[in-house]
Design a protein around this ligand. Structure first.
Ligand code: NDP
Length: 256
């Protein structure tokens, strides 16, 4: 009875930024649970590499090029995925960027705009365009990817743009969850700590990372598959009473 709730047979999931990292791990987890999965990414070579990595493991996916900062393109992708797959049941709004780290007093306009555009606006366009057909069908589960950085400033890293965007994602999630709860669509956030992916690996040799590691109760970063497990839980019926939740997967860091 309990394990059946993790089964996603007959459901379709769409993942943004799914060509690698957390998005690709989420694809694998959702496929393993029985879902039909569409991965998307703005970079064709990343997308193809991700699709090939899954194919090498015997996992088949549909793959679509999509830049989440383009609301019209997100709308067309949602329409196409719903038409081709008879409805999208799960959205993982995962695409994100973090760099470059920049002091708050010297953040160039374009750096601020770019990070907020991908990390917050892109999540909203994705939720809006994939959420609308879910509301029409009266069912769906949306998982946004926030961050521990939406809860703490992670001061030495100087990421006011990223922190603000991720805090925005957390509250966007709660806002949409409240509006859509009675209409059958759940919206939840997974907020990871540092995860061993291309995005964060570049920072692992920085002095601030050593301090961070010392302050982390579990003394390690998370892996993409540990984040994917949380995404799977929020996608499936095991979490059917959860909406507007923030699931922190942070190796204990924010206990401090
Ligand atoms: P990765 O960089 O490995 O994967 C993110 C993917 O999203 C990349 O392929 C990236 O391409 C793509 N992407 C970037 N911009 C866009 C866009 N405009 N439209 C579509 N796709 C885009 O990162 P992670 O897997 O680590 O990150 C996934 C999510 O998890 C992000 O939202 C991130 O903020 C969040 N997160 C990650 C943490 C970490 O430590 N790794 C910690 C907390 C949260 P490209 O390489 O070209 O940018």
């Amino acid at each position: 009875m309990y394990l059946d709730k993790y089964k996603l047979d007959g459901r379709t999931a769409f993942i943004t930024g799914g060509g690698r990292g957390i998005g690709l791990a989420a694809a694998e987890a959702l496929i393993e649970a029985g879902a039909n999965v569409v991965i998307s990414d703005h970079d064709a070579s990343i997308l193809e590499a991700g699709r090939a990595e899954l194919a090498a493991k015997g996992r088949q996916v549909d793959a679509v090029i999509l830049d989440v900062t383009k609301p019209d393109a997100v709308g067309r992708a949602a329409e196409e995925a719903n038409r081709r797959h008879g409805g999208v049941d799960i959205l993982v709004a995962n695409a994100g960027i973090a760099w470059p780290d920049t002091p708050g007093e010297a953040m160039p306009d374009d750096v601020w705009r770019k990070v907020v555009d991908v990390d917050l606006n892109g999540v909203y366009w994705s939720c809006r365009e994939f959420g609308r057909p879910m509301l029409e069908r009266g069912r769906g589960s949306i998982i946004t990817i926030g961050s521990m950085s939406g809860l703490i400033s992670n001061k030495p890293q100087r990421q006011a743009h990223y922190n603000a965007a991720k805090a925005g994602v957390h509250h966007l999630t709660r806002s949409l969850a409240g509006e859509w709860a009675e209409r059958g669509v759940r919206v939840n956030t997974v907020a990871p700590t540092y995860v061993d992916t291309v995005m964060s690996r570049g920072g692992f040799d920085q002095p601030m990372f050593k301090t961070w590691m010392e302050m982390t109760p579990m003394k390690r970063v998370a892996t993409a598959d540990e984040i994917a497990s949380a995404i799977l839980f929020l996608a499936c019926d095991a979490s059917s009473a959860m909406t507007g939740s923030l699931m922190l997967v942070d190796c204990g860091y924010t206990i401090w």
